[in-house]
Ligand binder design. Sequence first.
Ligand code: ADP
Ligand code: MG
Length: 351
Amino acid sequence: IRVRPLTCTETRRGDQQVVHSLGDGAVHVSAARHDATFGFSAVFDAGASQEAVFEGSGMRQLVELAIDGFSCTVFAFGQTGSGKTYTLMGPLAQSETQAASPALLGLMQRSFTCLLEQSWSRGSDLVLSASYLEIYNEQVRDLLSPGPPCALPLRWSKTRGFYVENQLSVEFQSLEAIVSLLLQGVRHSIPPPAGSQRRRTSAHALNRHSSRSHALLTIHIRSRAHHPPSTWVLQASACPSKQGTLCFVDLAGSERVKETGSSGELSVEANSINRSLLALGHCISLLAKPRGKRTHIPYRDSKLTRLLARSLGGSGITLMVACISPSSRCLSETLSTLHYASRARRVTTRP
Ligand code: ADP
Ligand code: MG
């Protein structure tokens, strides 16, 4: 759980702080008619640095497991404005011209650094590539392909499970290269401005769009088997090549989107977000049941659950960072996020 600090606006209008970390993974919510304590693997309160979150959440281990060939996923969940993008990317997404201070870099950049350090220390054994998708209005779009975003088909095969056809995957070898792919994707996900003049996209416009779409950046890590010429046969069988993935998911805002009074476009958006987050919650609830009592898991109910099927219930290793605001005004969303995360915590996978 990550609790962000109160914003200036929240402090100015005198919002009460209703969320408190009690230490040892316990978080306490207290307000007029609510008083509840929840337990998690780790709780980061307003004072926690980006580095503390990286080191304390198990993210470093996740990177190492991905290098060892596991499918690892981290997803940020929570209402709009709760700190999902900040946790994953730091303030990078807010400002296009200024580079973020290194202390503020998020889980993604820290993971890239960790991955590349490992890669360099192993010589040229690791082949790294990235793909970046968003799910917007139940359509999967490639954020790395040039030109206007077009929808890609999501298919299933016995060997690969669910996969996106024709998605672009770009090799990279440096931190600059992967960060620039990330930025390219973030910019691409913003719908082109109406009218002919291209304006600089404001942080507001970015957040409005990103809170309506799910973004998935996947790093594919292939480690080449080592074969010195003389012992080729022996080595190849002793050290097979491995293929792991590290996937970062910035989910759409979990708040209930009010449909009353919204235009046609907004209500389509609201429906698809509610549908996919409900489907995700439903799969999580079913997966949290003991194995013997489990029924069929309806991954096919949304594009999001199809793409996350392996991370959620199969052979993946998954970290969920649930982001919450400490403000009294966000109480009901905060409680709903904490309940959602409590259910997610009971899910076990078989890596
Ligand atoms: P979300 O992606 O969940 O909609 P953001 O990550 O955009 O939310 O965060 C909303 C605002 O709060 C941003 O201005 C962000 O910089 C700020 N913020 C979020 N988390 C923190 C934090 N831990 N420390 C400082 N500022 C934060
Ligand atoms: Mg966001």
